[in-house]
Design a protein around this ligand. Structure first.
Ligand code: SIN
Length: 477
C-alpha cells in the first residue's frame, strides 16, 4: 500500500514531516499514516506538471490513449485490491466499492477513445483572401480537488479527459480517503504515463486549495465537493481567472406519479437513496408521492429499507455501511430531530444501529413521513440514509416543490405517461434527470448541475471542452 504523495513519479513525505492518520470509519482503526503536504509541495507538483506538459501535449491522441487503456486494464486486474482498500478507508459496502472501481475505470477507458475525436473546424470566410481555422488545444496544467465519497471515480472522471486532451495534472484527493488515489498513482506509473503528468498531493486542504487556485501556472481547476468550498475556490481563483468546473451539493427530489410502475419506482428509490449509505451528491433527498399511489409506495419503501443489512462494508452482504465521521452522524441526527420536533413521523429507523466491534457510526435506514418546507431536511443535503416522504395531488405542485431549492444537480421521477415524461423532464431545473431511472450516472453522459450545484459538465464528449481551449487562426492567403 502506497502512503506517500506523488510528485514527478517520486513518492515524497511532507517538507515539515507532518502526518495525518487515515482511519477506517467503521472501526476508527488507524489504517495508514500519510504525509500532510501544503503549499510548498503543491508548488513543486505544479512545476512538475508544467515541465511534463510540452512533451505530453505533443503526443497524438492515439499515443496518449495507449497508457490510458493500459491503466484501465490494470484497474481491472487490481479490482479486488482497489475495492478492499476503498472500503477500508471510506466504509462503503464491498459490492459498491467493486462497482466504483468499474465506474472509475469507465472514465479512463471512455476518455482514451474520446480524445481521438477532439476535432477543430474550418469556417467559410467572407473574403477570398482568408481562411478561418479553429483549433482545439489542451488548456495546460489542470488541477483536480476530489471528495471522499467516491475516492476513485471522482479522480478518474477528471483525470481521464484531462490527460486524453493533453493536459498534465495535480490531483488533491480528500485527506480522509487518500489511499485509493495513491493506488491509482501507482497504476498510472505502471501503465507508462510519463513522470510529472500525474501528481498527487494531499494534507492541508486550505493551503493546497489556495495554491491550486492562485498559482498562475494552473489553468483549470475541477472540483467536486460542497457548495461552501466551491464558493471559496471561486473567490480564490478570481485573481488568476482560473477556469473552473464545480460539481457541488445537491438536494435531489424524487417524484412518483400515480401512473408509475411501483416496482420500478421502488427499486429506483432504493438505488438512489441508499447508494453509499446516502452519501452521494445525487442521492434522492426528498420524496414526493402522488395521492393515488402513496400508500402502496410508502409501504413498499418501508418493507425494502427494513430488509437492508447494516454493518461493516467488508462483510459480504452488507448494504449500508458507516457514515464517514462523527460530523456526518451529527448532521443526520439533527435533521431527523428537527423533523420530529416539527411534526414529522418516523415510520422506520430513526436511530443509530450498534454493530459489534465497530464505532458508533451506523444509522438505520430511515423513513420519515410528513416532512414540511420548514424542516431543515427539506432544504439541506442530508448525506445519510434518511428518506423523507410527502404527498402531493397535482403534477404542478410536485414540480413546484421539486424546483423549490437552491440546488440543481439531480432529480428523479417515475411515470408511464409519455407526454408527462417529456413535460416533467423539461420542467425540472436540474442538470441530471432520471426519468424512470434511479441510477443515471455513466461515463458517456454529461453530469453536472445548475444553480448552487455548480457548473461545467463531466462525462461524454461534453467534458472534453472543460480541458480544451478554442483557438481561432485567421489565415491570410
Ligand atoms: C457524487 O456524489 O458527487 C457523484 C455521484 C455519481 O457520480 O454518481
Amino acid at each position: 500500500m502506497q502512503t506517500r504523495n506523488l510528485i514527478n513519479n517520486q513518492w515524497i513525505d511532507a517538507d515539515s514531516g507532518a502526518t495525518i492518520d487515515v482511519l477506517d470509519p467503521a472501526t476508527d482503526e488507524r489504517i495508514a499514516v500519510i504525509p500532510s503536504c501544503g503549499a510548498a509541495e503543491t508548488r513543486r507538483a505544479i512545476e512538475a506538471a508544467a515541465a511534463a506538459l510540452p512533451e505530453w501535449r505533443s503526443w497524438t491522441a492515439e499515443e496518449r490513449a495507449v497508457p490510458l487503456r493500459r491503466l484501465a486494464q490494470l484497474m481491472v486486474e487490481h479490482r479486488e485490491r482497489l475495492a478492499r482498500l476503498m472500503t477500508s478507508e471510506q466504509g462503503k459496502p464491498l459490492s459498491e466499492a467493486r462497482g466504483e472501481i468499474d465506474y472509475a475505470r469507465s472514465f479512463i477507458a471512455w476518455a482514451a477513445e474520446e480524445g481521438k475525436r477532439v476535432c477543430g473546424e474550418t469556417i467559410p470566410a467572407s473574403t477570398r483572401d482568408k481562411r478561418i481555422l479553429v483549433l482545439r488545444q489542451p488548456v495546460g496544467v489542470a488541477a483536480a480537488i476530489t471528495p471522499w465519497n467516491f475516492p476513485s471515480a471522482m479522480i478518474t472522471r477528471k483525470m481521464g479527459p484531462a490527460l486524453a486532451c493533453g493536459c498534465t495534472m495535480v490531483i488533491k484527493p480528500s485527506e480522509l480517503t487518500p489511499l485509493s488515489a495513491f493506488a491509482l498513482g501507482e497504476l498510472a506509473i505502471e501503465a507508462g504515463i510519463p513522470a510529472g503528468v500525474v501528481n498527487i498531493v494531499t494534507g492541508d486542504a486550505p493551503a493546497i486549495g489556495a495554491e491550486l487556485c492562485a498559482n498562475p501556472t494552473v489553468r483549470k481547476l475541477s472540483f467536486t465537493g460542497s457548495t461552501a468550498v466551491g464558493r471559496i475556490l471561486m473567490r480564490q481563483g478570481a485573481e488568476n481567472l482560473t477556469r473552473l468546473s464545480l460539481e457541488l451539493g445537491g438536494h435531489a427530489p424524487f417524484l412518483v406519479f400515480d401512473d408509475a410502475d411501483v416496482e420500478a419506482a421502488l427499486s429506483g428509490a432504493m438505488a438512489s437513496k441508499f447508494r453509499n449509505t446516502g452519501q452521494t451528491c445525487i442521492c434522492a433527498n426528498r420524496f414526493y408521492v402522488q395521492d393515488g399511489i402513496y400508500d402502496e409506495f410508502v409501504a413498499g419503501l418501508e418493507a425494502q429499507l427494513g430488509s437492508l443489512r447494516v454493518g461493516r462494508g467488508v462483510d459480504e452482504g452488507v448494504q449500508v455501511g458507516p457514515l464517514i465521521n462523527d460530523a456526518a452522524m451529527d448532521k443526520v441526527e439533527s435533521q431527523v430531530a428537527d423533523a420530529r420536533d416539527k411534526g414529522g413521523r418516523v415510520r422506520a429507523g430513526g436511530a443509530r444501529v450498534a454493530v459489534a466491534g465497530c464505532a458508533n457510526r451506523f444509522y438505520a435506514p430511515t423513513l420519515l413521513e410528513g416532512f414540511t418546507r420548514d424542516m431543515t431536511i427539506a432544504t439541506q443535503e442530508t448525506f445519510g440514509p434518511v428518506a423523507p416522504v410527502q404527498r402531493f395531488t397535482h403534477e404542478s405542485q410536485a414540480i413546484e416543490a421539486a424546483n423549490d431549492s437552491e440546488f440543481g444537480l439531480a432529480a428523479y421521477f417515475y411515470s408511464r405517461d409519455a407526454s408527462r415524461l417529456m413535460r416533467v423532464a423539461e420542467a425540472l431545473e436540474y442538470g441530471v434527470v432520471g426519468a424512470n431511472d434511479g441510477a443515471p450516472s455513466t461515463a458517456q453522459a454529461p453530469f453536472g448541475g445548475v444553480k448552487h450545484s455548480g457548473f461545467g459538465r463531466e462525462g461524454g464528449r461534453y467534458v472534453m471542452h472543460e480541458y480544451l481551449e478554442t483557438k481561432y487562426v485567421s489565415w491570410g492567403l
